[in-house]
Design a protein around this ligand. Structure first.
Ligand code: HEC
Ligand code: HEC
Ligand code: HEC
Ligand code: HEC
Length: 121
């Protein structure tokens, strides 16, 4: 048998956890649903961690700065258009990434440009 005081404490704990859950949800989910917070790319050169929401909230970029197709098309996945192998008019997936990621960092003189500052084993 659960004694009355124990039951009261359990209920209080449940309420506290419920409220904490709502607060955490409100505080830690500032991004739209479906918009990634961070992405981890895994390929033969190692893992690349990309802080997607950091680039938006901390560095102030707009969606279109990277998702350059958004005026005509609402596709967010680069490889829908940039296939594994590209050609002169259309960079392949990893060239598209290197041109965009490294390119912006180089232009600004900020952010990683060395291979192993993006690719970790
Ligand atoms: C600094 C560059 C950058 C900015 C700014 C940016 N994104 Fe992204 N986003 C990316 C990259 C790179 C990917 C990975 C795409 C892939 O895997 O093909 C991605 C992936 C996504 C995905 C998941 C796509 C999928 O299905 O795999 C969504 C959704 C998305 N972005 C939405 C947004 C929205 C909305 C904004 C603006 C509020 C935004 N992004 C701003 C670079 C950026
Ligand atoms: C709906 C199709 C589509 C999507 C999605 C798309 N691209 Fe592209 N991208 C193109 C086309 C077409 C070109 C070549 C013509 C041009 O420069 O616009 C291109 C060109 C580029 C270039 C070369 C630009 C230059 O100035 O040489 C880069 C870099 C690039 N894309 C990166 C990306 C990245 C990174 C993503 C995902 C965040 C992405 N693209 C998503 C269609 C797309
Ligand atoms: C339009 C410009 C732009 C593009 C595109 C961009 N970045 Fe950045 N990136 C920045 C800036 C600005 C910083 C902050 C540099 C600083 O404060 O030292 C940064 C920092 C970083 C950092 C180190 C700090 C952190 O936030 O983790 C990594 C790693 C990084 N970028 C990876 C990427 C990758 C991977 C891509 C492509 C998927 C990418 N970036 C595309 C502008 C860009
Ligand atoms: C700004 C971050 C960044 C820098 C700097 C960078 N890369 Fe990458 N690299 C990426 C991203 C993002 C991808 C795409 C990840 C994916 O699609 O899985 C990638 C993909 C690759 C791939 C996989 C290609 C494939 O077809 O699977 C290789 C290999 C690679 N990079 C080598 C290098 C080398 C070598 C350097 C230095 C000359 C370098 N990278 C510099 C971010 C970077």
């Amino acid at each position: 048998m659960t004694s009355q005081p124990n039951l009261k404490i359990s209920i209080l704990v449940m309420i506290a956890l419920f409220v904490a859950g709502i607060v955490c949800y409100a505080v830690f989910s500032p991004t739209e649903p479906g918009e990634p917070v961070r992405l981890m790319f895994q390929n033969k050169a190692g893992k690349v961690l990309f802080k997607h929401s950091g680039h938006i909230e901390d560095y102030g970029y707009e969606c279109i700065d990277c998702h350059h197709n958004l005026e005509d098309d609402d596709i967010y996945n680069c490889s829908e258009c940039h296939e594994d192998t590209g050609d002169d008019d259309m960079p392949g997936r990893s060239d598209a990434f290197h041109l965009q990621c490294q390119g912006c960092h180089e232009d600004l003189g900020a952010g990683p440009v060395e291979c192993n500052s993006c690719h970790a084993p």
